[in-house]
Design a protein around this ligand. Sequence first.
Ligand code: E4P
Length: 284
Amino acid sequence: MNHKFPAKIFIDGGVPEETNQAKKLLGFLDGQTTNPSLIAKNLKSRLGNGQPVLLTESMALEEYKRIVTEMNLIIPQGSISIQVFVDQETKAEEMLEQARERNKWIPNASIKFPCISEGLKAAEIACREMPINITLVFSQSQAAAVYESTKNAKFPVFISPFVGRLDDKGENGMQVIENILRMYKEGNRHIEVLTASVRNIDHILYALHLRSNIITIPLKVFSSWADLGFKMPEENYTYPVGALKAIHYNQDIVLGKNWQEYDLQHELTDKGVSSFWSDWMGLF
Ligand code: E4P
């Protein structure tokens, strides 16, 4: 990392022009995250002119490839997360097939798998073949499973806890980042914690304060941060928790078990899987 920030700074979005704008604002960009909803939104607005889009699935996939290829031209050194498309029935083998295909799209791909059982089964194999990113993470227990399922990784592994979606339901999402970083201190540091679902400047400041390895920021929040001169947290920074409910560190969740022994269940993971799926399938 060749800049003053203690974290890698990514843009979260589905539009290459936004990648360009963010890079211009900051002067550099370490990477990009995308997801099926963001890509579907881009395709709808560009191809549909507000009308239903007449696309086939293979045309839409070609578009996804074209979009990330454009992003790659803007940040050739940057990591770009590309997601597999799954529902709760999708098997690990199919996820792997998608992953291997998407990994050929660009040189710096990181393939995103959802934090569900089939997703981690696929990730366990994929992490020996390509960089990966485990998405839709909402709990310390899921993070322990991610850690154990990827401990033989030969490529970078990111974990993406979604802080904003926890805040949206009144829980302190940033505390999950704090808890995961604390638990991972006991480990071999093979995972980079990527703060995702960022909604405001305090998410950025606290993620920097906590030394989250990566922060992915949507353009709207990116621009507000730019307006503040890309302000950093003060030494004595405290996160304004407000009325958010605490998510306490659980001492009983320790690394070192088989990943299948940890509780992977979280309602927001299930909700996230189905909304990514329906946003994508809604294109056809
Ligand atoms: C990250 O990789 C995700 O694309 C993203 O941060 C999700 O954020 P949202 O909760 O705003 O959809």
